[in-house]
Design a protein around this ligand. Sequence first.
Ligand SMILES: Cc1ncc(COP(=O)(O)O)c(C=O)c1O
Length: 407
Amino acid sequence: MLDIEVIRADFPILDRVLPNGKNLVYFDNAATSQKPQCVIDAMSNFYENYNSNAHRSNHTLADEASSALENARNQISNFFGAKPENMIYTSGATEAINLVSYGWAKNNLDNGDVIVITEMEHHADIVPWQELSKEKGVEVRYVPINNETFMLDMEAFEIALEGAALVCVTHTSNVLGIRNPIEEIIKMSKENNCKVLIDCAQGAPHEKINFEELGADFLAISAHKMAGPTGIGCLLTSNERIQEMGPFMTGGSMIKKVTTDGSTFKDGHAMFETGTPRIAEAIGWGAAVEWLGQFKMEDIHNHVHDIAAFAGKEMTKIPGIKIFGDPTNKDSSGAVSFLHDTIQSQDLALLLDQGGYAVRTGHHCAQPLMDALGVPSTNRASFWIYNTREEVEGFITHLKYICERFA
Ligand SMILES: Cc1ncc(COP(=O)(O)O)c(C=O)c1O
């Protein structure tokens, strides 16, 4: 069982009072989570005491920075059930997916090869494939969602798999909160000889992700949605796939030798990490996984699911509110997307903000999904480990008031 009050005490920002005197109620966790004090301290400690570049100079601070960077890689890869050499630091899930597109797919797929994605992908898992299609002539197939259940249409997925080379699917939709059957998706893809990329940006904060057990070829992860800092994430991939990859970005650190005639590159993950590393960010993410490691991810999921299901049930009782997704589904991740039938989504978000409630409004970087849902945008309340049922009760009261007063 989680002690939410004890957990909340780790997050200084949760005591924030907004300029209008309202207490912050942070329901925008699918955009980014808040950071516990230990993450903030780990990053400050680096800058205060051993700030230096990593893997370059030979002095005490440089050694400490290099060790901390690699120690964080060990902590993070271990958290995700992967070996350190199978983890490539990136700026986030977006860069991780671009790395698969430019580093792997560009070298291994060709004109006519098929990439299967879904209508519920974040733009980070759509645009790189569209760009690759322009460059290499690969075909991008979109698997639709079922407009009543909001789930992925698995029959359509099976048909789309026919002759495909790569499958790229989000673990959990950032809009609908729906968790895809990724184990089945990976199994079916492997049976069809397809490589698989799972976008775990939204899955990683909500359940234990184990790279080795899942058996996907690529997992893309962002730190900032799971208590870590912005600006860092990773791609987890196998030795076999790394062997097939070419460099995506080139420059310092990733080279063996540079002459005026040309350059040779390091082997393994080092080929894909160029320039000064994100040292403070890696240290912060290491602290975040250590902090998360004190809990069972299953308990986090259950807590978030309870409050999201409660929110969903109460919201559907409010006249005019429509929910996209099914927050009561036991696998749902805690993102509740909704609209009011007459109050504009932007207005609704501003009115919620006046009550202290931070939610997101817009297309959520998922415009093809908005098209499939037939709406330009939604409001989204997304919950995480530190949110409470009392906060949701306050939110429901405020939402009811807005709907009665402004509809
Ligand atoms: C499902 C999903 N994929 C990818 C991303 C991109 O993550 P980042 O912006 O951290 O690179 C997000 C961010 O919202 C997301 O929700």
